[in-house]
Structures are given as C-alpha cells and as structure tokens.
Design a protein around this ligand. Structure first.
Ligand code: NDP
Ligand code: OXD
Length: 308
C-alpha cells in the first residue's frame, strides 16, 4: 500500500487526513512525526524540517500543498526526487482579488484618505484614470499572468517582468536582469508574485526601490524573503516609497516586535492573498500519487534546475 506522510514543522496538516482518505481510500496516510513517516512513498509538505527526506529511504515523490515549493525543498537532499506543486485556477482568482485591492488602495488614494481620517481631515484626493496608473508585475506565471489579464481588462497600464516573454495581449513584457531597470522606471505600483529562488531572494531591496519613480508603492505577495525589510523602512522614511502592502514575511507569524507592524504606510496581512481549497489540494495530490503508481507522467512538476 502506498504511504503518504503529511509533513510540516510549522503547521498542523492533519486536516488533510480525511480529505486524502476521501480522495484516495487506497492510500495509507500518516502524519509526521509519527515514526511511520520514515517508510512513506510520498511526502506532502509545507515548511518541511531540514533533512527530513534523508530519513525516508522509500520516498518517491515530494508534493507541496501550495503553489510555492521553496519551503519544501530548502535544506533538503532531493537526490533527484520529483517535486510537484499545486496549480489551481481558483488560487489565481484569489490572488487577482488581493492584488486588485492593493492596486486600488494606491491608485484611488485610499492610503491618503485613511491617513486623513485618522487626523479628521476632509480632503478629496485628486483622482486619475486607471490608464495613468502603471502596474509593474514581477512574475508572469500562473498567478502573475492572471493578474495581468484582469488589470489590463480594467484599463490599467500593466508592464511585466519575467525571464521569458509570455504573449499576453496588451502587456508589455521586460525580460531578464538587463531589462529590470527599464521596467522599474515605468512602475507606479510594483507587485511581486515571483517564486523564491537564489535569483529572487532579496530582490525587493534598496537597489530596486531606488530605480522606481519617487513615490511608487510596493506590494509583496511572493515570499517574505523577497523583501529586505530594513531597506523598505528606509525607503518609506525617505519618501522614495509611498507605501507597501505586505502579505508574506521571512518569519511567519510576523513577530510581535517587528517594526513592519507599525510602519507608516505599511499594510500587513497574514499570508492570506490566496489559498487553494484543501479538498482541491488533496485531490491533486491523490491524482499525482495514482499517476506515480501507474508510471504515468506527473502533473505540475517543478523544474528543480530553475527552482520553480
Ligand atoms: P509560476 O512558476 O507559474 O510563475 C513564476 C513566474 O516568475 C514566471 O513568470 C517566471 O518567469 C518568473 N520568474 C521566476 N524567476 C525569475 C527571475 N529570476 N527573474 C524574472 N522572472 C522570474 O508561479 P506562480 O505564479 O504559480 O506562483 C508564484 C509564487 O507566488 C509562488 O512561488 C509563491 O511563492 C507565491 N504565492 C503566494 C501566495 C500568497 O498567498 N501570498 C499564494 C500562492 C503563491 P519565466 O516563466 O519566464 O521563467
Ligand atoms: C502558496 C502559498 O505558495 O499559499 O500557495 O503561499
């Protein structure tokens, strides 16, 4: 019987047990750190403890419960194991909504109105059409592509940055590191939906902020490690940046004493930009386990050379 181990050092994953049993009654499901995890064929993970796969000699597949795989591969010897992730159109819908809310916050100057409210100031901020608000999307994959199409549909001026140049009607794409500064120079609201890799870690730092037009805003819904928080605070303090919406943090939950909680112009949300339904995640993992056992190609396999 194929055994699947639910593994996380930071979250309880036992709610997946009945969902997996419903999706694939033939599976034997165990929850780490039950010692039976060592004999599992499949690891289904979020934030896996470093080195855990080395204790699993029968392991044949690592499956993230999420779109990102950074925290299931960090600190692991993968020995060529396939790594799969979740891809779900409804996950993209949630991200589109979150980013739209963030873009509206800055474009329609809700940040100004809310700050004025705290001072009992009645002042109608000047408004501009969507076409004059330039949204710069870092990452044009499953999530970034959906965001681009939605914002373009609402009339925003959208530019994108990625490694390749996906063909999205109306989107101007800047490709690779050489085009990064040109991309930034045309951005009023910078949105990060990149995966976390060696190439993207710390990309939201001083160099990037300095290359944006003065008064630009930043939205991070990729991973916390994309952001260099002291650089953000300095850029806000100097007025180089107008504000930031942050959904992800290097340490989650965000520690009580973190200055980001109270930083003027910063909105903190608890990694809620989007979330696949647990039933969909369980079904996708169950489908991939069946494919694995049948020797069929797996779905949503991550290219571990790229890291995403
Ligand atoms: P995809 O793999 O579909 O897309 C990744 C995109 O990033 C691609 O456009 C890719 O470019 C681009 N990219 C990767 N590395 C670079 C680089 N070095 N330079 C430029 N572009 C790069 O990922 P998804 O859209 O599905 O998800 C993106 C991330 O969103 C996840 O990894 C996760 O971290 C985060 N996320 C956050 C959630 C939240 O609630 N806050 C929820 C879900 C996901 P190319 O295609 O050209 O290679
Ligand atoms: C994801 C996430 O990667 O929820 O899916 O962050």
């Amino acid at each position: 019987m194929t055994r699947i181990a639910l593994i996380s050092q930071s979250a309880r994953l036992d709610y997946f047990v009945p969902l997996l049993q419903a999706a694939a009654p033939e599976l034997d499901v165990v929850v780490w750190p039950d010692p039976a995890f060592e004999d599992a064929d499949v690891a289904m993970c979020w934030n896996a403890p470093p080195g855990v796969y080395a204790q699993m000699p029968r392991l044949r597949l690592v499956h993230s419960i999420a779109a990102g795989v950074d925290n299931v591969v960090a600190g692991q010897a993968l020995r060529g194991l396939p790594v799969c992730r979740v891809v779900d159109p409804k996950l993209a819908d949630g991200m589109v909504q979150y980013v739209l809310w963030s873009v509206l916050h800055f474009h329609r100057k809700f940040d100004v109105a809310l700050a004025n409210q705290r001072q009992r100031v009645w002042q109608r901020p000047m408004q501009t059409p969507a076409g004059e608000c330039r949204v710069g999307l870092m990452g044009l994959g499953k999530l970034g592509g959906a965001i681009a199409r939605s914002l373009l549909g609402l009339g925003y001026a959208v530019n994108g940055w990625s490694r390749s140049a996906p063909d999205i009607e109306g989107l101007t794409v800047f490709s690779g590191p050489a085009a990064f500064d040109d991309f930034l120079a045309r951005t009023d609201v910078l949105v990060c939906v990149l995966p976390l890799t060696d190439a993207t870690r710390g990309i939201l730092g001083q160099r990037t902020f300095d290359a944006l037009p003065r008064g630009a805003a930043v939205v991070n819904c990729g991973r916390g490690e994309h952001l260099v928080a002291p650089d953000l605070l300095a850029a806000l303090d100097s007025g180089q940046l107008r504000g930031a919406v942050l959904d992800v943090f290097a340490s989650e939950p965000l520690p009580q004493n973190d200055p980001l909680w109270q930083a003027p112009g910063v909105i903190v949300t608890p990694h809620m930009a989007t979330m696949a339904s647990s039933a969909v995640v369980a079904q996708q993992v169950a489908d991939n386990v069946r494919r694995l056992d049948a020797g069929q190609p797996l779905l949503n396999v991550v290219d571990m050379h790229r890291g995403y």
